[in-house]
Ligand binder design. Sequence first.
Ligand code: CP3
Length: 354
Amino acid sequence: MNFKLKNDTFLRALLHQPTEYTPIWMMRQAGRYLPEYRETRKQAGSFLGLCKNPDYATEATLQPLERFPLDAAILFSDILTVPDAMGLGLYFSEGEGPKFKRPLRDAAAIKALRVPDIGKDLRYVTDAVTQIRKALNGSVPLIGFSGSPFTLSCYMVEGGGSDDYAKVKTLMYNEPKLMHHILEVTTQAVINYLNAQIEAGAQAVMIFDSWGGVLSHAAFHEFSLAYTHRIVEGLIKEKDGLKIPSIVFTKGGGLWLESIANTGCDAVGLDWNIDIGIARQRVGNKVALQGNMDPAVLFASPDAIYKEVEHILGSYGYGSGHVFNLGHGISQHTDPEHAAALVKAVHELSRKYH
Ligand code: CP3
């Protein structure tokens, strides 16, 4: 039991301890589908302006919790702050997503990569964590996060989002040593970054391997999972006598569930391709599961949302070890009333399974 928190259902579910209901939070729960977020972003001037100012980051983190009785808060930031701190020059062009001014395009740039000084270059993130913890005042736990080295490398080499990952895959197959060098440096940066978030007050951490699923079986294990594994091993496991659970989310990772569960993480995040009951059979009690509703269900009516929630809860079955979530980030076109219906459905319908 965590006496410091009013609601520690999320942490207990991650550690397979009994709960009264299934906890829920939503990936990208703070964001453009909320009018109050759009207003705050306007005040801040830009998305990066929000991330880099701890007052705004705190405000954005709390917005979804003021609307919905969510069981966890997630730090408002972005995975690309790490390559930005490594000197790649992150910017967002309207409607085009993230971009880097100085992507990794040759061996010289790759060899010059350095682990950033987290206490200096990413101080705005740890300051935000400290401030958010204060503002939450023990209501629900705060999740810290990072991208996986492979997912970060995709953006660092491509220079932005990609449909085919042609540049990063060409590098990986032509120059595996250079690719491993990027991954090595990034892995050390991510370990330092997540541990700094934990020191600042993050009560659980999540690693987003959003693009690991675009790899072949062999490449996934060599270029993505091996590094995720090292990160999990390098994390602070306990703080102030409380366990700090870790969640590994690989979009498209259903095929590799057992390998992901073997990294030593406490929970595996699932997208919506896999049936959560089958996933549970495959991993047993080794890890908890987080997921796995298709975010597009939120475009449908509250009735349809209730049906889908019942299906997922029923498929997971009885007992702890499930954190309800979407299988990927909530769409900016979601009606906030539908998000409210989802949270209500999970809280109401899950009680009979506990
Ligand atoms: O979940 C949360 O509420 C916390 C905040 C959060 C953001 N990004 C805020 C954000 C988190 C956890 C992320 C992670 C992230 N960022 C990932 C991994 C998760 C995933 O979705 O797979 C990735 C791949 C990124 C990189 C990134 N940042 C992209 C591709 C984009 C553009 C996508 C889009 O929806 O336009 C961003 C921008 C971004 N990150 C926004 C938010 C709220 C939208 C920015 C805006 O206000 O315009």
